[in-house]
Design a protein. Structure first.
Length: 258
């Protein structure tokens, strides 16, 4: 019997953390709690980053990023996979704290002023485990097909209620099961939630969403890549378990194709 996807992921991640510990950073301003945890992922260029206490929509979220060099020099930034947003950047700055100059990184989150954070230590393994669990939860990768179906149905009910439009969902379960990704369809929940949010923008977007009567979900053949297209009244969505940050990227993806 093969272990569930989430357990397998955690085991793999633990091996990575053993050699490269996760780092904790805190905001400099005393009145601003702001904490982030930066933990290495399975791909050596990728990192999970969790945000807390920034009074932003990012609070409580864990997202997957790629670490890249800045345009000039050896400094770096973290680019959010799937969207391209840069939320954490090291520009080589330092600030005076208790008589000592300490290097800082800049947190850039939508809707709030940039925050400076400094390294404060290493994260406990249990906190890193929770961090990855949060990422999987946002991805919609549940532990069984039964919970996956329930997750999709809940998101569908919200969509029907907010958009006042019945919709048919067709999932090619055999494709996912043959690829040993029977819980991957749970990622569809993020796209349904995004459609629900888009309905609330204005009457034009509500009308655009209401033109969709069917959503067909299949397995995307290219690892890490989603395949989304709208043809008439049918929205085609192709996903696989390694597509990153569907919770964060699905809104922009849907918005751009309507």
């Amino acid at each position: 019997m093969k272990p569930p996807l989430l357990i397998t992921t955690l085991l793999l991640s633990s091996a990575v953390f053993a050699s490269k510990p996760a780092k904790v950073y805190h905001a400099i301003k005393a009145e601003h709690y702001g904490e982030i945890i930066v933990a290495p992922a399975e791909n050596p260029e990728h990192y999970y980053i969790n945000f807390a206490g920034f009074n932003s929509g990012y609070d409580g979220q864990t997202l997957l990023y790629k670490k890249q060099k800045n345009d000039i020099g050896e400094l770096f930034h973290f680019k959010q996979l799937g969207t391209g947003y840069i939320n954490l950047i090291n520009e080589g700055g330092s600030t005076l704290i208790s008589g000592t100059y300490v290097p800082y990184q800049t947190v850039k989150l939508t809707g709030i002023a940039n925050s400076k954070v400094t390294f404060s230590g290493y994260a406990e393994e249990r906190n890193v485990t929770k961090l990855i669990e949060k990422y999987k939860e946002l991805q919609g990768l549940t532990e069984s097909k039964v919970s996956t179906i329930k997750h999709i149905e809940n998101a569908k009910e919200v969509l029907i209620k907010k958009c006042n439009q019945p919709i048919t969902i067709e999932i090619d379960w055999p494709q996912f099961e043959q690829a040993q990704q029977k819980t991957t369809p749970g990622m569809l929940g993020s796209y349904l939630t995004s459609l629900s949010k888009i309905c609330e923008i204005d009457d034009d977007y509500l009308a655009a969403v209401n033109e969709i009567s069917t959503i067909k979900l299949s397995l995307s053949k290219k690892a890490g890549t989603a395949d989304i297209k709208l043809n008439g009244a049918t929205l085609y969505i192709g996903l696989n378990s390694s597509v990153p940050n569907v919770f964060a990227s699905s809104y922009d993806t849907i918005l751009n194709i309507l």
